[in-house]
Design a binder for this molecule. Structure first.
Ligand code: KG4
Ligand code: ZN
Length: 338
């Protein structure tokens, strides 16, 4: 018998359909189905994504319940991502979750996807003490946040244009490496020279970020060559280009966090979201945290990218605080962290 409360989490904000069961605050099962349909397009196609969620949501929920060894009737609550994300994709998960909560007569808990990334840290045994700084780096968001107990967040800085993950995806597309770009760029960068090209680092006042310049710099670097030169360059120096790009992005991400640690005195740092799977970023931020006598907290790589375990664990704490949602809950594609 699993400890109460038993929660099902559902995530469908972008191109992963995921379901997970958390019982008594412990992760029991987690299933993720990543859509393959988008690779040929070099990015997520919203219409294809929502159709793929429709096909996947029931089998994925069933798989999460099966792996947890429970039936739907054992659930005490149903949690779901309500935004931010793609409208059509969010609606599939939200409609399914509402119908399930209604039929089981259990509470519905709507979760902000960004809050889910922050609380992915609480899936680990070693959790950060409040308040802490959290760098959220995903395909759609790059934000530096102060996180206080009770789901209170103060956004210290965010990207003014592209997100860090988006820069990885766009540069991977330029280099003909496919989608999603982060993992392929990271593995290509492994044998490369990070000093090969010195891409300019954008530094903004405060803690804001900008990643559109670095993407353009990579484009200009390639456009300065003839077609033949470019092909030869990519054949011989792909690793070096990826390593140089990755180092520039890591530098731009880490510098404002180091300043925030000094200026706020908060020395515990969380690193979450898809780009937090990047080992170079983890290592650099860990060194930065250690240099200030602080610590870095990261989720397991499987919980860095989109998953439902983070939605279920966030809902566990919300439910504990009596924070449940009405069945009239709507999807909010532009939901912000407040
Ligand atoms: O959090 P996530 O799964 O979805 C969003 O909420 O956006 O993040 C996906 C992003 C993609 O841009 C992907 O390229 C990036 O995370 N990513 C990485 C790595 N793994 C995933 N970026 C850099 N290095 C990685 N290893
Ligand atoms: Zn995400």
């Amino acid at each position: 018998m699993l400890p109460a409360p038993i929660l099902l989490g559902i995530e469908s904000s972008c191109d992963d359909t995921a379901a997970a069961v958390v019982a008594g605050g412990e992760l029991i099962s987690s299933v993720i189905s990543s859509q393959e349909d988008h690779a040929a397009f070099g990015g997520v196609v919203p219409e294809l994504a929502s159709r793929a969620h429709l096909r996947a949501v029931i089998p994925i929920v069933e798989a999460a319940l099966d792996r947890a060894g429970i039936a739907a009737s054992d659930l005490d609550a149903v949690a779901v991502t309500r935004g931010p994300g793609l409208a059509g994709s969010l609606l599939v998960g939200l409609s399914f979750a509402k119908a399930l909560a209604l039929s089981l007569d259990v509470p519905l808990v709507g979760v902000n996807h960004l809050e889910g990334h922050v609380y992915s840290l609480f899936l680990e045994n070693d959790t950060p003490p409040f308040p802490f700084l959290c760098l959220i780096v995903s395909g759609g968001h790059t934000q530096l946040v102060r996180v206080d107990e009770g789901f209170r967040h103060d956004v210290l800085g965010k990207t003014r244009d592209d997100a860090a993950g988006e820069a990885f995806d766009k540069v991977a597309k330029l280099l003909g490496l496919g989608y999603p770009g982060g993992p392929v760029v990271e593995s290509a960068a492994a044998g490369g020279d990070p000093e090969f090209v010195s891409f300019p680092r954008t530094r903004l006042p405060g803690y804001d970020y900008s990643f559109s310049g670095i993407k353009t710099s990579v484009l200009y670097h390639l456009n300065a060559m003839s077609e033949t030169e470019r092909r030869r360059h990519l054949d011989g120096h792909l690793e070096d280009l990826c390593a140089s790009f990755q180092q520039a992005v890591v530098d731009m991400l880490v510098e404002p966090v180091s300043r925030a640690v000094q200026q706020t005195g908060l020395r515990c740092i969380g690193l979450v979201g898809g780009v937090s799977a990047n080992r170079a970023l983890r290592q650099r931020l860990e060194s930065a945290a250690n240099a200030f006598g602080g610590r870095l907290f990261v989720p397991a790589p499987i919980h860095s990218t989109d998953n439902a375990a983070m939605i279920a664990i966030t809902a566990h704490y919300k439910l504990g605080a009596g924070d449940v949602s009405p069945l009239s809950l709507t999807a909010d594609p532009a939901l912000a962290l407040t």
